[in-house]
Design a protein around this ligand. Structure first.
Ligand code: SF4
Length: 85
């Protein structure tokens, strides 16, 4: 069972160009699909979860913040459990 995490990383695939910077920064939770777009690694999403909201373990919070700020197309956004939009 996947433990709940207070932080989620939302991916807006309509903005993403699939070059994979975020998958390098967050290799433990993200991988690239066959077109290069970031997706959750198997086993990282809770059952029934939105595939575009990736749970981020606490030890990867800083890396997720880096990915959010470094994404060249502003396709990533961190959200927390209280529903930061
Ligand atoms: S860093 Fe941004 S543009 Fe690049 S693959 Fe990740 S989400 Fe897409």
């Amino acid at each position: 069972m996947v433990e709940p995490h207070p932080i989620r990383l939302h991916i807006d695939w309509t903005r993403c160009d699939g070059r994979g910077l975020c998958t390098e920064l967050l290799a433990d939770v993200l991988e690239r699909d066959e077109w290069g777009y970031p997706i959750a690694r198997p086993g990282t999403l809770p059952r029934g979860a939105d595939a575009s909201d990736i749970p981020i373990p606490a030890h990867l919070a800083a890396a997720a913040a880096d990915a959010e700020s470094l994404c060249p197309l502003l396709a990533l956004r961190l959200r927390d459990v209280i529903g930061r939009p």
